[in-house]
Design a binder for this molecule. Structure first.
Ligand SMILES: NC(=O)c1ccc[n+]([C@@H]2O[C@H](COP(=O)([O-])OP(=O)(O)OC[C@H]3O[C@@H](n4cnc5c(N)ncnc54)[C@H](OP(=O)(O)O)[C@@H]3O)[C@@H](O)[C@H]2O)c1
Length: 258
């Protein structure tokens, strides 16, 4: 199958300074797109990695804009989309990838943990959708949300799963309400990927070390599906969550403790 060409398309990926977001940004740039990169934490390793990625994309001959913005803040999100409009004047795809949550059972979350959980992982995504709309409407563009298996299965100490489930519902809702504007809305539900957040997950889920290597998903495998959902070949798919988990969710796999 020929890969999609995104030449002259503008793609914004939230939380693209590392992990899966970086893989998605690289993949779109490789397919010809100009990229808006976003990260949250100024002055640290996240910013340094985002700057390196921006330079890598520029060296590929694409345009790249790097914006520090915390999606939990509506003002910050407004600034992210204002800068995107000023720099490129258009937006063809929005990838809702940023996420952050404490690894704790829900009943042990403090009030501030609970509010941050909702602010970043639910409201933050909706702020982005709202602010992207005027641009996406003009381009009849796409929105892809990055979900996880926690939306449908129990994962130890993973309250983020409840927000992923809520967002999959938002995806179904927006796919209907935005279809008349020509905007496609779908999600990719990733299996387990060895990113920085996985290092933390391991501390709370010791059985994960016994998971056969064949079940670990590469960031690139998620990125390929995101590109597919933003391209013309997926024109018949609306409001769906595509699971990319190498069959883990289908396998009834039970870990063997040592
Ligand atoms: N890793 C997995 O096994 C897995 C599996 C399925 C789905 N997913 C999902 O895939 C996405 C990426 O996961 P990952 O493992 O690559 O994550 P990660 O390594 O923890 O990276 C998260 C990214 O999101 C950014 N971010 C966090 N909070 C933000 C905020 N409030 N505003 C803007 N950016 C923010 C981070 O920037 P800073 O560093 O500056 O905070 C970073 O760039 C997430 O939605 C995650 O739930 C992950």
């Amino acid at each position: 199958m020929m890969s999609e060409d995104f030449t002259d398309k503008i793609v914004l990926i939230t939380g693209s300074s590392r992990g899966i977001g970086t893989a998605i940004a690289r993949k779109f740039a490789g397919a010809g797109a100009d990229i808006v990169l976003n990260y949250r934490k100024a002055g640290g390793s996240s910013q340094a990695q985002a700057e390196k990625l921006r330079d890598e994309i520029l060296a590929m001959g694409r345009r790249a804009l790097l914006v520090q913005a915390d999606i939990a803040s509506y003002e910050s999100v407004k600034g992210l989309f204002r800068q995107t409009a000023d720099a490129f004047g258009r937006l063809d795809a929005l990838v809702l990838n940023a996420a952050k949550a404490p690894f704790k059972p829900i009943e042990r979350l403090l009030e501030r943990d609970l509010r941050a959980l909702v602010d970043v992982n639910y409201l933050g995504n909706i702020f982005c959708i709202k602010e992207a709309l005027p641009l996406l409407e003009k381009s009849r563009g796409s929105i892809v949300f990055i979900s996880s298996l926690g939306s449908r299965f129990y994962n130890p100490a993973y309250p983020l799963g409840s927000m992923k489930a809520a967002m999959e519902s938002v995806v179904r809702d927006c796919a209907e309400t935005l279809s008349e504007k020509g905007i496609s809305v779908n999600a990719v539900c990733g299996g387990i990927v060895k990113t920085d957040s996985f290092k933390v997950l391991r501390q709370y889920w010791e059985e994960i070390d016994h998971l056969p290597e064949k079940f670990f998903v590469e960031p690139d495998e998620i990125a390929d599906t995101v590109l597919f959902l933003c391209g013309a070949s997926s024109r018949g798919i609306r409001g769906q969550t595509v699971v990319v988990d190498r069959g883990l969710g289908n396998s009834l796999y039970r870990s063997k403790k040592k």
